[in-house]
Structures are given as structure tokens and as C-alpha cells.
Design a protein around this ligand. Structure first.
Ligand code: HEM
Length: 537
């Protein structure tokens, strides 16, 4: 057969079409129903055979010696509805994981088209967080719109991200830098306590959160921007930060079902991000310009982070948009976590007056034995205070799912025999681990002494070394602000407990219900009655 004949032969079916089209078969209802039911059966079969749901088709849960178990959810959406229906995803995932021991190790589920795994076990959590193939993060639509793809938290693992981590580690978060900004932290807590006193005397009770958030914002702008804000400027900054928190923390369907972007955006996330970005850019660019005018030749430990970023040169030099993203992220990350954690601590201390008294005794004893104000070093050496902070991090981790997930860049082989395929979103349910009776005795009890060696407890490392309690994450992407966060919270609590006695506001009793936004916060902000003590702080 000559080659020229081939096309003619292979198009034979074209000539048969009229016969088919004219045939009754195509329009025959029976034929249509059969075809449809075969198609549906195949779809159902592939769905039923995919533990973890539709995003895990082609046996991707079975890459390893041991398959990853998981709920199938519903076709197309996977587990999205059950996770978005109410906002406490950490509790829903924990309940799903506790239905079978192997699900605690690792559980697969589908977020629309996105394959995801969640670990609720210290060993698997450690392997996930410390794997070199898990050093990237999936980036949400709102984070990309808000310029965070160039900031530390979302920058892909690579030279740019390593540069930012290095610069931040040595110039913003190093022990010397944290110590150099101690006077600023002290004056922020003094203003916070004055505000609390005033509120109590004017209204007979104190809405605590706004005082903590103001102090947290000033604490972080002090070391990042080199200044603190009052009046209209403070209000504008607070409003931008609040809007950004809400946008970043909001559940957005289009992150998981991209085609929904075009017609379903009930919270107007894209439009609101579009409106916020120019305001942020103008605000932060103004600060960078002010620093350019007063540029210093050599930066020292007491200089702010803008000075440090401006001093980078050569390959390390950042353009203005990168600087805006990095600075803005620090304001975001540094504000809510410390304020909300302190609010949880005060709520627990009000509910447990005996723990509050024991803590006050420890602080009073220290102040009696020394001269001058409390320092970071003093509070770091108070075992019961550290126990109170750690126990609150255990019971109310600010990021119960560690806030920002990881993304696998290669297949990750776990010691359990399971394999997490490349391209999977991976989460650690720190809340589930911290509430697991197999890991913690009486996990629902608030008992700071479990962390105090002299009281029969164990001095657990909460900064990423022990995955039974790692509220700051672990591995290469562990929270770089962990020391600053711990120092700030411990200092505030020591001062607030020394200066005031904290009691319940009868008109608004303490309610420990949670709401999960960017951080997990008290659903009903804490209102308390404070009694001033006649002491020096
Ligand atoms: C109580 C206080 C805080 C808690 C509980 C907390 C928690 C976390 C967690 C869980 C992560 C993800 C870690 C991982 O993936 O393994 C993280 C990342 C991060 N945190 Fe914090 N954080 C706190 C305070 C701060 C502060 C004060 C700052 C800065 C001023 C900060 C800046 C960051 C940044 C930039 C990242 C991203 C790191 C990266 O991806 O390389 N955090 N934090």
C-alpha cells in the first residue's frame, strides 16, 4: 500500500457518519440512558476507589507501602463543605482523624481539586515539617493579591527566601536585637496598663483586646518601622491591618474551585484586596521614603528593620515592592498572635484564681528579691510563668492548624510507610495533638504545672524541638518571631498580673468559645474587672 493511501483509509469513519446520524440508535432513549449510566458508574467507581476524594484519583494515596486513609467527601468539592460550613476546621479534622488510629498518623482529603493531607500525630508532624521537600507553601488568592508572594511567609524556598530569613534572623529576631528593643516594649506595656486602669475607672470593666492589640501593633511597628502611632495615623494603620487579617483569614472558594472566581465571591475578596493594596503601598512607601531621607551609613542593633532593608546592597538589594511586602507581613504576623495569646492567658487566669495567685506570688517574690524593673531575662527565668504561657499555647494554640500550610515539592516518604505525593498541601493539626489523651494527660485540664520540672512536670521545648507541642511550627520554615513572641507575651503577663487582680465581669462572663480566622481567637472578646494593686511594676 502506498503512503498516499493511508490518510484516505484512516478517514473511513467519516463516510460511515451519515449512516450513524440517520440511524435511530443515536436518538434512541435506551442508548442515551445506557451511555449515561456507564459514564456515571465509571465516575462513581473512580470516586469510590479514591480514599481522600476526587483530588486523589489514580491511586495516589497508595504510592507507599501503606495507603493514606481519608474521607472521600463529596464529588467535585471533596471535604470543602464540611470544613467551611463552620469555621472550626481543626475540630472537624480532629474528629475525622480520631475515627481510626491510622488517620491520626496521616489523613488524605480533597479541597476541591487540591489534594491535602493532615497529620495529627507528633512523629508524622515532625517528618512533614522538617522534610526538605516540604519547605514551600501553597499560596492563597488573597495572599497573592495582597503582595505576600514576595514576603517571607509565602516566598518559595530558594535564594530570595533564604536571604530574607537570614536578614530577619540577624537584624530583627536575634537575641541582641530583641534586647535592644526592650525599653520600647516596657513603655508599650506601661501605656497599655494606663489605658486598662482608665477603662476600669470609667466603665467599671475592661474590654481587654483593644488594649492588647494597640500595644502589639506599637511593639511591632517600633522595631520594624522605628516609630509608634497615635491618633488618626494609628486608626488608619489599625483599620488596614484589620481588613488584611480578615481577607487573609477568610475562606475563599476560588482557592480550591478556581472556576468559581468568576461568579461566586460572596465576601468580595478580590475587590477588597484591590482596594487595600494601594493604601498599604502608599503607607509603607511613605515610611521607606522617610527612612531614605535620613539614611544611616552603618546600621546598629537599635535601628529599625526599614534601615536594615535599605542598607542591603549588590545582589541582596531589594526593590521597593519587595520591601513593602516584607515589612507589611511583619506587621501582620507580629500583631494578632501576641495580642490574642495574651487574651487567652488572661481568660484562663480569671477562670482559675488559684493559678493566678500562684503566678502572682512567683512574680512578687522575684520583684522583692531584685532592684528595678522586670526585664526579659527575669521573666524568662520564672518557671511557673513560662508554664502558664506554654499551657495556654497547648490549650489554645494561636494557629491550631499552624496557620500556613506546606506544599510538597517531591514525593515525601514517611517512616509509617505512607508517601505524600509531590504537589500535595500538607497541614499539621497542632490542636489535635495538643488535645490527644495519648500525648497529654488530662488534656482538657488547664494545668501549667505540667511544664514545671519542680512541680513534677517536664520543661518541654515549645519552639519546634518537640512536636508534642510546636505552636510555632518546626523545621526550616519555623516561625522566626518565636523568641520575640514569647518574650513579649511573658513580659506583658508578668506586668498585668503584678499590677492588677483579674476577676470575671458578671455582666459578661468568660466564654472560651473559639472562632478561627487567621488566628484562633476568643469568639466573645474578653471583658474583665481589674483591681489595681498598690505595687511598683
Ligand atoms: C505567639 C506568637 C506567634 C505564634 C504562635 C506564631 C506562629 C507561627 C506559625 C505556626 C508559623 C508557621 C510555621 C511553620 O510553617 O512551621 C509562623 C510563621 C511565621 N511567623 Fe510567626 N508566630 C508568632 C509570632 C510571630 C511574630 C511576633 C512574628 C514577626 C514579627 C512572626 C513572623 C512569622 C513569619 C514571617 C512566618 C513565616 C516564616 C516562613 O515561612 O519562613 N511570628 N508563625
Amino acid at each position: 500500500m502506498s503512503l498516499s493511501m493511508a490518510p484516505k483509509d484512516s478517514s473511513w469513519w467519516v463516510f460511515t457518519l451519515p449512516a450513524f446520524l440517520g440511524s435511530k440508535i443515536l436518538v434512541d432513549q435506551y442508548f442515551i440512558l445506557t451511555t449515561l449510566s456507564i459514564f456515571l458508574s465509571l465516575a462513581l467507581l473512580s470516586y469510590l476507589l479514591s480514599p481522600g476524594g476526587a483530588a486523589w484519583k489514580n491511586n495516589r494515596t497508595r504510592l507507599g507501602r501503606v495507603a493514606i486513609p481519608g474521607p472521600r467527601g463529596i464529588p467535585f468539592l471533596g471535604s470543602l463543605l464540611s470544613l467551611s460550613r463552620h469555621s472550626l476546621a481543626h475540630r472537624t479534622l480532629s474528629a475525622l482523624a480520631s475515627s481510626h488510629p491510622s488517620r491520626r498518623l496521616l489523613m488524605a482529603f480533597s479541597l476541591g481539586r487540591t489534594p491535602a493531607v493532615v497529620s495529627s500525630h507528633p512523629q508524622t508532624a515532625k517528618e512533614i515539617l522538617t522534610s526538605p521537600h516540604m519547605s514551600d507553601r501553597p499560596i492563597k488568592h488573597s495572599a497573592r493579591c495582597l503582595m505576600f508572594s514576595r514576603a517571607i511567609g509565602f516566598a518559595p524556598n530558594g535564594p530570595y527566601w533564604r536571604l530574607l530569613r537570614r536578614v530577619a534572623a540577624s537584624h530583627l529576631f536575634s537575641p541582641r536585637r530583641i534586647a535592644a528593643h526592650e525599653p520600647g516594649r516596657r513603655s508599650d506595656s506601661a501605656s497599655m496598663m494606663a489605658g486598662i486602669s482608665l477603662d476600669q475607672s470609667l466603665s467599671g470593666a475592661v474590654s481587654v483586646r483593644k488594649h492588647l492589640q494597640k500595644a502589639a501593633l506599637n511593639n511591632i511597628t517600633g522595631s520594624v518601622f522605628g516609630r509608634r502611632y497615635e491618633g488618626a495615623e494609628a486608626a488608619e494603620l489599625e483599620e488596614m491591618v484589620r481588613e488584611g487579617f480578615e481577607l487573609l483569614g477568610a475562606f475563599n472558594w476560588s482557592d480550591y474551585v478556581p472556576w468559581m472566581t468568576f461568579f461566586y465571591d460572596p465576601r468580595r475578596i478580590s475587590a477588597r484586596c484591590g482596594a487595600l493594596v494601594p493604601r498599604v503601598r502608599k503607607f509603607v512607601a511613605g515610611i521607606i521614603d522617610e527612612h531614605r531621607v535620613n539614611k544611616r551609613e552603618n546600621v546598629s542593633y537599635s535601628d529599625d528593620f526599614v534601615d536594615v532593608l535599605l542598607s542591603l546592597d549588590g545582589d541582596e538589594k531589594l526593590d521597593d515592592d519587595d520591601m513593602i511586602a516584607v515589612l507589611w507581613e511583619m506587621i501582620f504576623r507580629g500583631t494578632d498572635t501576641t495580642a490574642l495569646l495574651t487574651e487567652w492567658i488572661l481568660a484562663e487566669l480569671i477562670l482559675h484564681p488559684e493559678i493566678q495567685s500562684k503566678l502572682r506570688r512567683e512574680i512578687d517574690d522575684l520583684v522583692a528579691a531584685k532592684e528595678g524593673e522586670l526585664t526579659d531575662a527575669d521573666v524568662a527565668g520564672l518557671p511557673y510563668l513560662q508554664g502558664v504561657v506554654k499551657e495556654t499555647l497547648r490549650v489554645h494554640p494561636p494557629g491550631p492548624l499552624l496557620s500556613w500550610a506546606r506544599l510538597s515539592t517531591s514525593d515525601v516518604h514517611l517512616s509509617s510507610g505512607m508517601v505524600v505525593p509531590a504537589g500535595t498541601t500538607a497541614m499539621v493539626n497542632m490542636w489535635a495533638i495538643a488535645h490527644d489523651p495519648a500525648v497529654w494527660e488530662d488534656p482538657l485540664e488547664f494545668r501549667p504545672s505540667r511544664f514545671v520540672a519542680a512541680m513534677g512536670g517536664a520543661d518541654v521545648d515549645v519552639r519546634g524541638g518537640d512536636l508534642r507541642l510546636a505552636p510555632f511550627g518546626a523545621g526550616r520554615r519555623v516561625c522566626p518571631g518565636k523568641n520575640l513572641g514569647m518574650a513579649t507575651v511573658a513580659m506583658w503577663v508578668a506586668k498585668l498580673v503584678r499590677r492588677f487582680e483579674w476577676a470575671e465581669d458578671a455582666a459578661s462572663p468568660v466564654d472560651l468559645s473559639e472562632t478561627l480566622k487567621l488566628s484562633c481567637e476568643m469568639k466573645f472578646p474578653l471583658s474583665a474587672v481589674v483591681m489595681e494593686r498598690n505595687v511598683l511594676c
